[in-house]
Design a protein around this ligand. Structure first.
Ligand SMILES: Cc1cc2nc3c(=O)[nH]c(=O)nc-3n(C[C@H](O)[C@H](O)[C@H](O)COP(=O)(O)O)c2cc1C
Length: 388
């Protein structure tokens, strides 16, 4: 499908639902338990109103910014996401190319299904997101990420256990999903009813051979990239129990920017700063982990207040419009991350689909700022939001 047919993130979601087997769409689209936190992320952005100033005659706003010393053309980063090669054969490589073309950062998940080495030829800034069950695994992974040219290290701290994702349970799969003959049979009619996806995966399967979709192509230096089907990999998928001591220890091992993802209070943001982090991401994992956690945009002001002078603050969860990015930045975020929006684009058209999603958000941001009478991102603060 042509990427230029997509006209909004929600439209991309509907198109992706038509293309993907239900089991894969639900893996992307679903959240934990009753999906209350997941829905709250989106709803909370809708409840924040903008406060425009009229007759300002603003020029076309510049969306460029700098995050952790990296200049970005767009303040929208691609969040780390697992199993991206189930969505499209290009997987994380397609997403990284799209981020590079749009002038932003892509973040490779430990369990993306693509090895760090496989992105080394792709232009653009990249960070590596770490899951690890123990320090030996962590060292092996971050050494590989550093050698493969990843500038930033992101540690996800909200995954001491895996959230209860009931759509996956209802579909008869518990992560990690596999793309092999046995699982194809299990997915049965779902797969056959999506011939385009099946054909593209079949062609890609020539390359996968009999490996799981979560195995990296190519051979990285030993010790190998953790296969989530191995005992160690299962732990990494299901439980990555980092403590603040571990974060301090990682700080001593990693010389580049260190980002802590999954902070949901001012107190934890201060602890992350104490542990040596350069940046925190206010995140509830897109509502996929702790059901009952608040919407991230509601927590952002507390985190900015507690630690915004010591660390850069990013936020993710529920960003679906350019106006949402504007709202997050007015509340003190340096930039946002998106997860599902770019995965829908990836599913539809690979790299081109992700580029299209980023272009849509960019255009919406520009239009929003012009309609608000705001000359640029640097001017944004709470005065551009309607008091509640
Ligand atoms: C399919 C999927 C897989 C994800 N895998 C990871 C992961 O491997 N590591 C991680 O830190 N976060 C992961 N996340 C969470 C995202 O990084 C991000 O926090 C979340 O998607 C943001 O919410 P949004 O989808 O509403 O934009 C995943 C999210 C989705 C939707």
């Amino acid at each position: 499908m042509r990427a230029d047919r997509i006209h909004s993130v929600e439209h991309a979601r509907r198109l992706a639902r038509r293309i993907l087997p239900r089991v894969v769409f639900d893996y992307i689209d679903g959240g934990a338990e009753d999906e209350v936190t997941m829905a709250a992320n989106v709803q909370a952005f809708r409840e924040i109103a903008l406060r425009p100033r009229m007759a300002m005659k603003v020029p076309r706003p510049d969306l460029a910014t700098t995050v952790l010393g990296t200049p970005l053309r767009l303040p929208v980063l691609l969040a780390p996401c697992g199993l991206t090669r189930l969505m499209h054969p290009e997987g994380a490589a397609g997403a990284a190319r799209a981020a590079g073309a749009a002038g932003t950062v892509s973040i490779l998940s430990t369990v993306a299904g693509t090895a760090p080495e496989d992105l080394s030829g792709i232009a653009g800034p990249r960070w590596f997101q770490l899951y690890a069950a123990d320090r030996d695994t962590a060292v092996a992974l971050i050494d590989r990420a550093g050698a493969a040219g990843f500038g930033g290290l992101m540690v996800t701290v909200d995954t001491p256990a895996l959230g209860k994702r009931e759509r996956d349970l209802r579909n008869g799969v518990a992560p990690p999903l596999r793309l092999d003959a046995r699982s194809a049979i299990r997915l049965g009619s779902q797969v056959l009813s999506r011939p385009r996806w099946t054909a593209s995966m079949g062609l890609a399967g020539v390359k996968f051979k009999r490996r799981s979709a979560t195995n990296p192509p190519g051979s990285g230096p030993s010790p190998s990239f953790p296969n989530p089907l191995s005992p160690a990999g299962k732990v990494a998928m299901g439980a990555s129990p980092f403590s603040w001591d571990d974060v301090s220890w990682l700080r001593s091992r990693w010389t580049g920017p260190l980002v802590v993802k999954g902070v949901m209070s001012g107190d934890d943001a201060a602890l992350a700063a104490d542990a040596g982090a350069d940046c925190v991401v206010v995140s509830n994992h897109g509502g996929r982990q702790l059901e009952g956690a608040p919407a991230t945009i509601r927590v952002l002001p507390e985190v900015v207040e507690a630690a915004g002078k010591r660390v850069a603050v990013l936020v993710d969860g529920g960003v679906r419009r350019g106006a949402d990015v504007v709202k997050a930045m007015a509340l003190g975020a340096c930039a946002v991350l998106i997860g599902r929006p770019y995965l829908y684009g990836l599913a539809i058209a690979g790299q081109a689909g992700v580029e299209r999603i980023l272009a849509i958000l960019e255009e919406e941001m520009e239009r929003t700022l012009i309609l608000m009478g705001c000359p640029g991102l640097g001017e944004l603060d709470g005065s551009w939001l309607q008091p509640t």
